[in-house]
Ligand binder design. Structure first.
Ligand SMILES: *[C@@H]1O[C@H](CO)[C@@H](O)[C@H](O)[C@H]1NC(C)=O
Ligand SMILES: *[C@@H]1O[C@H](CO)[C@@H](O)[C@H](O)[C@H]1NC(C)=O
Length: 308
């Protein structure tokens, strides 16, 4: 009976927990990239091609059949290279549910279910939860923060190990989190197109360290970076900025807002967050900070003038 085989395949497929989907090309979930163009990461992802396809995997981070965001995952270092998301604001109508999220529980639940399926086999190269527990002051730092998720599904989808890196506690909870909050304020207030739709593209990556490992297994990145770009109809212009910081104890530091070009120099050519797009590479959004409210936690501008 010729229909039995596909039926069996379908049954097996639906039985597998599908929180993540591994695909070979970046194009499979490229709606998360501005202009459907993936970032360029020197030596890893160039011109939309993954140079070492055995080592680096594209993961369409999917929950309840919704493709939420995309991650490029490094199976050797067991951390993501970056996660990218099209930010569309927060669904205010769904808001009362949003506060019910319990990160700890969600994390355990989701990770228990999390399997990366590859050619029908479970994939064993990823970091697992026990590699993170209580070790030397690191937290699971999310590259795409849950606070950017459109709704509860999108927020939950960020709680995957493939979206996480070992991040120094105080860095995660202070300067990095302030930066996330500042960028979200800019996205919410300025990244609105002519039809009143919120839309901004966010890419967040980690630079792996040279063999500094957590529990001899998971690479502890030396630096985290993030960039965003959007069209702002109120400003009549494309807006973009970048931030980065070393993965070290925070000590009251402030992550300054930088240009895409400064990020490109920091990451080393030919790396680029938004290649081949209209995103301005020599300007930032710091001029908009005074218009944002104080809860946004945007950095105070660095004064370049000499005090009298
Ligand atoms: C936003 O949330 C409301 C309430 O949960 C839901 O009915 C609506 O479909 C959501 N909108 C979108 C576009 O997801
Ligand atoms: C998208 O890419 C095309 C071709 O590279 C370019 O001409 C266009 O300006 C880009 N659009 C945006 C929004 O960056």
């Amino acid at each position: 009976m010729p229909f039995l085989l596909p039926l069996l395949a379908l049954l097996l497929l639906s039985a597998a927990p599908t929180v993540t989907e591994v695909v070979t090309a970046m194009t499979a979930c490229d709606q998360n990239f501005l202009n459907q163009t993936s970032p360029q990461i020197g030596g890893i992802l160039e011109g939309g091609n993954i140079l070492d396809q055995n080592r680096y995997k594209t993961i369409c981070q999917t929950l309840r059949d919704e493709k939420i965001f995309v991650t490029l995952y490094d199976t050797t270092n067991k951390i993501p290279v970056f996660s990218a998301y099209k930010y569309t604001g927060i669904n205010e109508s769904a808001r009362q549910n949003q506060w019910k999220i319990e990160p700890q529980l969600e994390e355990i639940k989701l990770n228990a279910n999390m399997e990366i399926e590859e050619e029908g086999k479970s994939y064993t190269h990823q970091a697992d939860n026990k590699n993170y527990i209580n070790d030397r002051g690191f937290q699971k730092g999310h590259l795409l923060p849950q606070s950017y998720g459109w709704d509860i599904i999108a927020k939950r989808a960020t709680f995957t190990l493939t979206n996480s890196v070992p991040q120094v506690d105080s860095f995660n909870s202070k300067s990095w989190s302030y930066m996330e909050s500042c960028v979200k304020c800019v996205l919410d207030k300025y990244c609105i197109d002519a039809n009143g739709k919120t839309e901004g593209f966010v890419v967040t990556g980690a630079r792996p360290s040279n063999n500094n490992l957590l529990n001899s297994k998971v690479n502890i990145p030396s630096m985290l970076w993030s960039a965003f770009c959007c069209y702002s109809s109120s400003q009549g212009a494309w807006l973009a900025s970048a931030h980065w910081g070393d993965n070290i104890p925070d000590g009251g530091r402030v992550l300054q807002t930088k240009t895409l070009d400064e990020l490109r120099l920091e990451l080393g050519a030919p790396s680029e967050a938004f290649p081949g797009t209209n995103c301005p590479i020599h300007t930032t959004v710091t001029h908009l900070y005074p218009q944002l409210d104080k809860f946004c936690k945007c950095p105070k501008p660095v004064s370049t003038s000499v005090s009298p």
